[in-house]
Design a protein around this ligand. Structure first.
Ligand code: BJ8
Length: 422
């Protein structure tokens, strides 16, 4: 992972504190990723994106900002990225997946809230994330309590626009949601000084549909038995999806898919066909949170699907491209985003059905539900997932954890016992 102190300085970062970060990440990446055997050659591009995480990609954002393009930070897949792109903006995911920034956050926030929220907030307070420093605007949403109350505090550090996401999916909720998408469109027009035209939104919808289709194609290929790609690599690609340039990312995912096609035809796999196959569901795993996948794959199984926002929830739905006016486009975008089945909604039984559909498609032999500590909605929804698994005869394990290494030994024991039983 390359360093660029001059760039970090320019972004007002705490360079002294941050300068150890690339080295730490390099070591973790070497141990967890580069040590894997028989990876697809095309993973080289994605490894390169990690190498450029703190330098090259950030430089691209700064260059875009210099050219007057706004950079918008997001925390949730409910953000209509197409609207940001339609006014020439760039969207980057800011969710925090690192333990390193949590002590910064805990100076202000209560300790007993979600580690993802603490990690992200801590990155801003400590000035130790180049992406957070580069954004002109943060786009928060009212999905869960931890997030929506943190936005009030985050707004003191960086302008934070909050979108009200309803918690039910009735017609009146769609009406509210559409108003919120329209408000966000006005906000983006104001920030960028550009109009969101039907042409611009249409082009953005096509770019995002192509990106989501490429990810769907990749996920379908990875469902093949034996798996042509590891779960860890797949997780990495899904994490990179949140900060890479969309068109370049899509082209590289498609090239990787071509290689996986060849691997499947030639019988090349990352693990033998008899390797236990595990699907993961639950809360998102933001970069560089590789904890659960590393544990599962180190225990001798392969992860074959992520029902997660850094996973299928991000790309399972496309937007209708057939409309002509901005109003129609915003309405269809709202329809598309409303299909995402986050546990913040009630009822949310579509998600339980979706997990089963993905489980069947992936050829998994067991389901591990991953819940970040203090995430009440996913934690409680695990009750219904467990019931579904019992009904369908699916081996099920629920895990609640955070980013600290403290529970690794205990998790390892539970995961190994689970894999033995499937
Ligand atoms: S659409 S999952 S990205 S809200 S894990 S911060 S819910 S306490 S991340 Fe999410 Fe959007 Fe839903 Fe997806 Fe809160 Fe839970 Fe933490 Fe969470």
């Amino acid at each position: 992972v390359k360093a660029n102190p001059a760039l970090w300085e320019r972004l007002g970062m705490n360079v002294e504190r941050f300068s150890g970060m690339p080295k730490m990440l390099t070591e973790a990446f070497r141990g967890i990723y580069l040590s894997q055997k028989n990876r697809p050659a095309r993973m080289e591009y994605f490894d390169g994106m990690i190498a450029e995480l703190h330098s090259g990609r950030v430089e691209e954002l700064v260059t875009a900002k210099d050219a007057g393009r706004p950079v918008v930070g997001t925390f949730c897949v409910y953000v209509p990225e197409e609207v940001i792109m339609a006014v020439g903006g760039i969207c980057v995911g800011l969710c925090g997946g690192s333990q390193g920034s949590i002590p910064d956050a805990e100076k202000v926030l209560p300790r007993n809230i979600c580690p993802m929220v603490k990690s992200a907030f801590g990155f801003k307070l400590g000035k130790i994330c180049p992406y957070f420093q580069a954004v002109d605007l943060v786009y928060g949403e009212t999905t869960c309590d931890a997030k929506k109350k943190t936005w009030e505090l985050l707004d003191r550090e960086v302008p934070t626009h909050v979108m009200e996401i309803p918690q039910m999916k009735r017609a009146r909720d769609k009406a509210l949601w559409l108003e919120e998408v329209k408000d966000f469109t006005s906000k983006m027009e104001e920030v960028s000084g550009r109009k969101a035209t039907a042409e611009g939104i249409g082009a953005a919808i096509r770019v995002m549909n192509a990106k989501r289709l490429a990810l769907q194609r990749l996920n379908d290929l990875r469902h093949h038995t034996p798996s042509p790609i590891s779960g860890k690599d797949m997780l990495l690609i899904q994490q990179i999806a949140f900060y890479d340039d969309p068109a370049r990312f899509t082209a590289n995912v498609n090239e990787l898919c071509d290689e996986l096609d060849e691997r499947i035809a030639a019988g090349v796999a990352v693990a033998p066909a008899a390797t236990p196959r595990v699907m993961v569901s639950g809360t998102p795993m933001a970069l560089p949170n590789w904890k659960l996948h590393h544990l599962i794959e180190s225990a001798g199984a392969v992860v074959v699907n992520e029902e997660s926002c850094i996973g299928t929830r991000y790309y399972k739905d496309l937007t209708d491209e057939s409309t002509a006016t901005v109003d129609e486009q915003l309405s269809l975008l709202t329809d598309r985003y409303m299909k995402i089945d986050c546990s913040c909604f009630t009822p949310n039984d579509d998600r339980i059905e979706q997990v089963l559909v993905e489980y069947r498609a992936s050829g998994a032999q067991g389901l591990i539900d991953y819940c970040l500590q203090f995430c009440h909605t996913y934690n409680i929804e695990a009750v219904k997932l467990r019931e579904m698994c019992e009904r369908e005869g699916i081996p099920f394990l629920a895990i609640e954890t955070d980013y600290s290494p403290e529970d690794v030994g205990q998790l390892q024991t539970r995961i190994e016992a689970f894999i033995e039983q499937i």
